[in-house]
Design a protein around this ligand. Structure first.
Ligand SMILES: [Zn+2]
Length: 259
C-alpha cells in the first residue's frame, strides 16, 4: 500500500495507454495517487480524475510558472473547485527562480494569495520551490498555511529541512533521491523522521532509477520507497505504510493535530 502523493497523470503523454498505467500501478501496490494541478485546466482535470477513479485524489492550484495571467477570475474558479469532493490540497504553488517563467514579484503575489485561499477553504498546500529557498521561507513565515503543507520533490539542504520540519511541514521525496549525484537529498532522507516523509513520482517527470530518462508513472514510486528503506535501513513495508499514514494525515483523511 503506497500513496504516490504527487503525479500529473492527466498529462497527454498517458493518453494512449492510461488504462495500462492504471493496471500497472494497481499491480505494484500503489493504492492512492494525488493528481496535482498547475493551472486552471489541469486543476479541472485533476478534479475530474478524482471523480472518475476511486484511488485518485486531487490537488488544485497555479504553478509559479503560470502565475502571470492568474487573474482574480481564475482564482475565484479555483476556490470553487477546491470545495469539490476529494480535493485534498492546494497546489502546486510556490516560487521557481530557476526558469523564471513569470516575473518574481507576480510569483510571490500569487503564491501568497493562494496560501490565503487554502486557509479559507481548509486545505494544506503543496509547495514547489526551485532556487527560491529564502523567499519561500519568508513567505510561509509571514503567511503560515493553517492546514500545513508539503515541500514536493524536496531538494534543499538538511539545514533548510530542519527549519521546515520545525515549522510543521512534510518533505516529499521523488525520483532524484535514487540518482547517483543525490548526496544532499540522501542526507535529508536519512535524517528526516519517518513520520514527516511522503513519497511521490511527479510523473511524467523525474523517473527514478533504474528507468531514469524514460517516461515516469505512479507504479515506479516503489523505487522511491525502496531507496528510502535502504537509506533508513528499514523494511520497505514500514516505509510504505508510514508514508501512507502520513499522507492520510496531511491530506486530512484522518484527523490529527498537525503540530
Ligand atoms: Zn509537479
Amino acid at each position: 500500500m503506497i500513496w504516490d502523493t504527487h503525479a500529473h497523470v492527466d498529462d497527454p503523454v498517458y493518453r494512449e495507454d492510461f488504462q495500462e498505467v492504471v493496471t500497472r500501478l494497481q499491480a505494484s501496490g500503489i493504492s492512492r495517487v494525488t493528481n496535482v494541478g498547475y493551472d486552471l485546466p489541469s486543476s479541472e482535470r485533476s478534479v475530474q480524475l478524482a471523480q472518475d477513479y476511486d484511488f485518485i485524489y486531487a490537488a488544485i492550484g497555479i504553478h509559479p510558472h503560470n502565475a502571470e495571467g492568474a487573474t482574480a477570475e481564475i482564482l475565484a474558479k479555483l476556490l470553487l473547485l477546491a470545495k469539490q469532493p476529494k480535493v485534498v490540497a492546494w497546489g502546486e504553488i510556490g516560487l521557481d527562480y530557476y526558469r523564471d517563467l513569470s516575473p518574481r514579484a507576480i510569483q510571490k503575489e500569487i503564491f501568497i494569495q493562494q496560501i490565503k485561499l487554502a486557509n479559507e477553504v481548509g486545505l494544506p498546500i503543496v509547495i514547489h520551490n526551485r532556487d527560491a529557498h529564502q523567499d519561500v521561507l519568508e513567505i510561509i513565515k509571514a503567511h503560515p498555511p493553517k492546514y500545513g503543507g508539503v515541500f514536493h520533490c524536496y531538494s534543499g539542504s538538511w539545514e533548510m529541512a530542519k527549519v521546515l520540519l520545525n515549522l510543521g511541514f512534510y518533505l516529499s521525496f521523488a525520483g532524484p533521491v535514487t540518482y547517483k549525484n543525490a548526496r544532499h537529498t540522501v542526507e535529508v532522507a536519512a535524517h528526516a523522521p519517518l513520520d514527516r516523509i511522503l513519497v511521490e513520482t511527479d510523473s511524467p517527470y523525474l523517473t527514478p532509477e533504474p528507468r531514469r530518462g524514460k517516461r515516469n508513472e505512479p507504479a515506479y514510486v516503489r523505487e522511491v520507497v525502496k531507496k528510502i528503506a535502504e537509506i533508513k535501513n528499514l523494511p520497505m513495508e514500514d516505509v510504505a505504510s508510514q508514508t501512507m499514514h502520513n499522507a492520510e494525515i496531511i491530506f486530512r483523511l484522518v484527523k490529527k493535530d498537525l503540530r
